[in-house]
Write a protein that binds this ligand. Structure first.
Ligand code: HEM
Length: 419
């Protein structure tokens, strides 16, 4: 008699098309129909396991059971991640590289980022007062491109801001795209890697001197476990691992604007400018709205979990959106309610908009605190420091397109600074 059970299995040759068609809901739909937090399917022509929920996240982030090398599909590597970056490392190599990232996430580092972000919002507001309408998503990407470069020590000419913003955004807007948009993403990555790789070389030759605590400085001089500097391209990939996702926070900020607009009662609470409430609001934005759908890994060696056999090499997907909406963890998960975070116990596996587990030992997002702080500054502007009208527009958002962004990108009119 076998001592393992067969996982619920989606029959058929391949379901990659269903994943594309159902987007954020692909895993949740099957989780509901199988009534199971785990099922087997076939993706990209191979057997794959999909999981959702806190307990599943706990096993997924066990580095004895899963590895990241060769797990991400090539189209995501060519656009979103880049080659040889921290995302695809395992074991000691990963830990050592991750320490490089976490070294710039100090309290002082985050304070300096907050100051830069505030300044950039202030400049933008001056400009927006002169504009008939502001397409918030596009404008915020530019704010964040400037913010990211100042903070990372990357010299940026004003004339290059628009192009760089477009290239960095193409990297996160394109991974799930097919055809020309996918190629836009690839070209964008090639351009930016070449430029940043050149800067790394100049830092090493003493021609460019970014402040010591910045990503450009730290990553240019980082040594691997053998004592070697990173090659130029890998250093560039890692600097871009700071710039690109900071620009991507524009998606959460677009959803923050949507939440403020759709919940006028919340706006009143935010006016008191209570830091704790602002934090709860931002956490709820990160939980509630769709952004990063799932993360992927490969089974490192055979193991059994909950009587199910995981075979070495099997592609495994952990549903982030679904876990953040799992009724076993969240009361009334489809309601937007910042108050749920008042007494939240802080599980590293139940609330995983940017991955779960441990920052140093695992692959949890290195920029989670950066994201929270930058979104808090932006929330303060949107709720307290400016007046604006939200004209009629299509504020709906797709649960299929990845990444999802409100269709109108949130258009504002008559923007004025509040005195
Ligand atoms: C814009 C909002 C963001 C979202 C939704 C997001 C989401 C994620 C997710 C889902 C992961 C993968 C977790 C895993 O593989 O288990 C990740 C990893 C990572 N993120 Fe973010 N992230 C965001 C912002 C940032 C920011 C602002 C930075 C840097 C300043 C950043 C840097 C990284 C890095 C370096 C990794 C790789 C960590 C590793 O492999 O160990 N992210 N992020």
């Amino acid at each position: 008699m076998s001592d393992t059970n067969q996982m619920p299995r989606e029959e058929g040759i391949d379901h990659s098309l269903s994943l594309i068609r159902e987007g954020y809901m692909y895993i949740m739909n099957r989780h509901r129909s199988f009534n199971s937090n785990i099922f087997e399917t076939r993706l990209l022509g191979k057997k794959a396991i999909c999981m959702v929920g806190k307990a599943a996240a706990e096993v997924f982030y066990d580095t004895e059971k899963f590895k990241r090398k060769d797990a991400a599909p090539n189209r995501a590597v060519q656009t979103l991640f880049g080659k040889n970056g921290v995302q695809a490392l395992d074991g000691q190599d990963h830990k050592h590289r991750k320490e490089m990232f976490m070294s710039i996430m100090s309290l002082e580092g985050l304070q300096s980022l907050t100051d830069i972000t505030k300044k950039q919002w202030k400049f933008a507001l001056n400009k927006w007062e002169q504009m008939d309408e502001v397409i918030l998503y596009e404008e915020v990407k530019e704010i964040l491109c400037r913010t990211a470069c100042y903070w990372a020590g990357v010299p940026l000419e004003e004339s290059a801001v628009k192009k760089l913003t477009k290239d960095l955004a193409a990297m996160f807007e394109s991974p799930a795209a097919v055809g020309p948009n996918h190629w836009l993403g690839r070209n964008a990555r090639n351009n930016v890697e070449k430029w940043i790789g050149g800067l790394v070389e100049k830092v090493r030759e003493g021609e460019v001197n970014p402040p010591e605590n910045t990503a450009l400085h730290q990553f240019s001089w980082h040594r691997d476990l053998e004592g070697n500097l990173l090659d130029n391209q890998t250093a560039a990939v890692e600097v871009i691992n700071i710039l690109r996702p900071i620009v991507a926070i524009s998606i959460f900020i677009n959803f923050t604007a949507l939440a403020v607009h759709h919940h006028p009662e919340e706006k009143k609470k935010l006016e008191t400018c209570d830091e704790k409430y602002a934090q709860m609001f931002v956490q709820e934005v990160r939980r509630f709205y769709p952004f990063f759908p799932f993360v992927v890994a490969l089974v490192k060696k055979d193991f059994i979990w909950n009587d199910y056999k995981f075979e070495e090499g099997t592609l495994t997907l952990l549903d982030l959106y679904g876990t953040n909406h799992d009724p076993e963890t969240w009361d009334n998960p489809d309601a937007f309610s910042p108050d749920r975070f008042a007494e939240w116990e802080g599980s590293p596996f139940g609330f995983i908009p940017q991955g779960g587990g441990d920052y140093f030992m695992g692959h949890r997002c290195a920029g989670e605190w950066v994201t929270i702080e930058v979104t808090k500054v932006s929330l303060d502007y949107l709720a307290n420091r400016m007046e604006y009208e939200v004209p009629n527009q299509d504020l709906s958002y797709s649960m299929v397109s990845i990444p999802s962004i409100p269709h109108s990108k949130v258009v504002l009119e008559n923007v004025k600074r509040k005195l």
